[in-house]
Design a protein around this ligand. Structure first.
Ligand code: GRF
Length: 217
């Protein structure tokens, strides 16, 4: 069974979605560890309530020495014999030192249709840009932030009267669907890299389209 660590810094709703999905007997991975750089991350309590082992590596202890922080994290991942890492609202930039160790084995979820809106405040920026379609992406982690081969994406419509909060909620509900899907695909070995793009074994051609705005008649 593929052993997964979920790294969080906050509320951990994506973590909870991964834990819930992994409880299904046919799911190809187990959430073996939830680790955080924030001792007060709300997600840690949710993980404990689901009987998942938790760990804290407080980045403040290491000052500016990012690599020392990452070495401490790596030691914990080794200790728990972790095969795959899922970043889920983990608010630390990782150095090439750690990222290169986990090449092809570290996933991240980003609340936008990458490569649009990398970085923070994606929903505010999507509204300000006036896009009609927004969404979420799961991708392999590379040294450059919010980049790397995309494994899965989901799109949602933007409504004229959306606030960043309402849009965030709509995006979050699809995040909770695509993260378990993407992790399962990677754990089953169904994702291969061809010319820097993810190819998914068994993926069906899709004809669904999302047109926004929807106009009657
Ligand atoms: C999510 O929107 C995720 O896409 C982003 O950070 C947020 C984390 O939320 N990377 P949660 O902690 O999973 O609820």
């Amino acid at each position: 069974m593929t052993r997964v660590a979920v790294l969080i810094s906050g509320r951990g709703s994506n973590m909870a979605a991964l834990i819930a999905a992994a409880q299904a007997p046919a799911y190809p991975a187990e959430i073996a560890l939830v680790a955080s750089n924030q001792a007060d991350a709300a997600g840690l309590e949710r993980a404990k309530a689901a009987n998942i082992t938790t760990a804290i590596v407080d980045h403040a202890r290491f000052g500016k020495d990012r690599e020392a922080f990452e070495r401490a994290f790596q030691a914990i991942l080794d200790q728990h014999r972790i095969d795959l890492v899922c970043l889920a609202g983990f608010m630390r930039l990782l150095t090439p030192w750690l990222v290169s160790r986990w090449q092809g084995r570290m996933l991240n979820i980003h609340p936008a249709l990458l490569p649009a809106f990398k970085g923070l405040d994606t929903h505010e920026r999507a509204l300000a840009a006036g896009v009609k379609i927004h969404g979420a992406s799961v991708h392999f982690v590379v040294p450059e932030m919010d980049s790397g081969p995309i494994i899965a994406q989901a799109a949602v419509p933007v409504q004229d009267d959306d606030t960043p909060e309402r849009l965030a909620e709509r995006v979050l509900s699809v995040e909770h669907r695509i993260y378990p899907l993407a992790l399962a695909l990677v754990a089953r070995g169904e994702v291969s890299l061809v010319d820097g793009r993810c190819r998914i074994a068994g993926a069906q051609p899709m004809s669904a389209t999302l047109v926004v705005p929807a106009i009657k008649g």
